[in-house]
Design a protein around this ligand. Structure first.
Ligand code: SAM
Ligand code: SF4
Length: 432
């Protein structure tokens, strides 16, 4: 979502004459769009500002703006801790950035703008065309969260759940397709909680997917990140007949121990999760799952941890994310006694080894076969391209005639844990 927000911030500031530069020292304004989900991310900002200070030691100080969730959570404290920062802007008020910059230039007074103004934000963004498009483009459809898992800052930094009007979303999709996008990744902290009402009709994520499935020019649809509680039958049914809906489902479970899930206030258990997996696999056995895991949650025992490892093996998750629990100020879990860090590090390493093995095994299944790839980029080396399979696995392949944005069949000749390698020859064989 930060990538989406950063691009939208650029769309806005380009209206008042700013242009991107790849050379940091040439910049007269630097925007650090931040993440607050784990502590490491927060500390990285202060380290980066230290580097900026050094880079600009002998030149005019640039305007330094911190946006995103750290700005929201720490607001004025950031300016107090680091006077090199001129402005903090929360994730629900960045649509005001141009006025704030012009105001700062006039008054030279530090600015702290952290209001939750999500409706106006998207109304304003709707009027600004997207200038930066990729073949696979992100599109935020939902923000915020009402679930309050005990470890998570999102409900405090992004605010309550908000779903964008369906018309606004379709219009942005069309804008993206006209600019060359062929895959849309629908984004939300709880994307499958999407719920918008207009003219006495309720629209859920499944309704939106069905509408997008009809749009000419759009080839692939993905959505991220989902909560198991909102994986309802209508959404599961989309896998029966929406052929553009891709076959990797990112569905965080966090832990394989019901005791820990309860302590996390996750509002689902492993049984519910497995029922979802079973229903979806019944529709299409090629669907794969990926997930998020937190290890070392306060009170996690060796038994709880082993249950998570067993759960991973049982579902066979590919491509997952895993983290050591990071206490976030203001959340209920932050008040709990921390687990031993060395033990948590060891558990994380072992868990990641299990995940890597599954990923490698899954990639091995492609060896010698053809897979459908959306061509996203041309690599510097002549005749080499980059794309992804239906389940998001990166593919680097040779081709004499493929075009960006095309779906091609690639024969896989080698692989490693993260990538497949192969070649494309005139789509002679139908992909599995
Ligand atoms: N809404 C999604 C869900 O319900 O699972 C997750 C979105 S959250 C922004 C992204 C991931 O960050 C989470 O799934 C979780 O694994 C991780 N995360 C969030 N808070 C964390 C914390 N305090 N410590 C470690 N990891 C955390
Ligand atoms: Fe955070 Fe996801 Fe839980 Fe919401 S549902 S509090 S975003 S982990």
């Amino acid at each position: 979502m930060n990538e989406y927000d950063s691009n939208r911030i650029y769309d806005l500031v380009s209206k008042i004459g700013f242009k991107k530069t790849e050379v940091k020292k040439e910049a007269n304004c630097l925007v650090l769009n931040t993440c607050h989900i784990r502590e490491k991310a927060t500390e990285k900002i202060y380290d980066e500002i230290g580097r900026i200070k050094k880079d600009f030691k002998n030149s005019k100080k640039p305007l330094v703006i911190v946006s995103g969730c750290v700005a929201q959570a720490e607001s004025n404290e950031m300016i107090k801790r680091e006077s090199y920062i001129d402005m903090v802007i929360g994730p629900q008020s960045y649509h005001k950035i141009n006025d704030l910059i012009l105001d700062f230039e006039k008054k030279n007074k530090k600015i702290n703008e952290t209001e939750f103004d999500v409706v106006t934000k998207f109304e304003k963004l709707e009027k600004v065309n997207r200038s930066f498009n990729k073949i696979s483009s992100y599109l935020t459809i939902q923000e915020g969260c009402d679930k309050f898992c005990h470890f998570c800052v999102v409900p405090y930094t992004r605010g309550p759940e908000y779903s964008r009007p369906i018309k606004q979303i379709i219009s942005e999709v069309n804008n993206l397709i006209n600019n060359g996008a062929r895959e849309i990744v629908l984004l939300g902290q709880n994307v499958n909680a999407y719920n918008f009402s207009a003219n006495n009709k309720k629209y859920k994520l499944s309704d939106l997917i069905r509408k997008l499935n009809y749009i000419n020019g759009l080839k692939r649809i993905r959505y991220i990140t989902s909560h198991p509680k909102d994986m309802t039958q209508d959404l599961i049914d989309c896998y029966k007949d929406c052929e553009k809906l891709m076959t990797l489902i990112h569905l965080p479970i966090q832990s394989g121990s019901n005791r820990i899930l309860k302590a996390m206030n996750r509002q689902h258990d492993t049984k519910h999760y497995l029922e979802i997996v079973k229903k979806i696999r019944k529709i299409n056995k090629d669907i794969r799952f990926s997930s998020d895991f937190i290890v070392g949650y306060p009170g996690e025992t060796e038994k709880d941890y082993q249950e998570t490892v067993d759960f991973i093996k049982n579902v066979g998750f590919i491509n997952s994310y895993s983290f050591i629990f990071s206490p976030r100020p203001g959340t209920p879990a932050a008040k709990k006694k921390l687990n031993n860090l060395e033990e948590s590090k060891q558990r994380l390493k072992n868990l990641q080894d299990v995940l890597k093995n599954i990923q490698l095994k899954n990639n091995n299944n492609f060896l010698g076969d053809y897979c459908e790839v959306l061509v996203e980029n041309q690599l510097q080396e002549k005749g080499k391209f980059f794309g992804r399979t239906k389940v998001m696995t990166p593919v680097i392949f040779e081709s004499e005639n493929c075009k960006l944005g095309e779906l091609v069949n690639v024969k896989v000749t080698s692989l490693n844990q993260n990538n497949l390698f192969g070649f494309h020859k005139n789509n002679k064989v139908k992909a599995a």
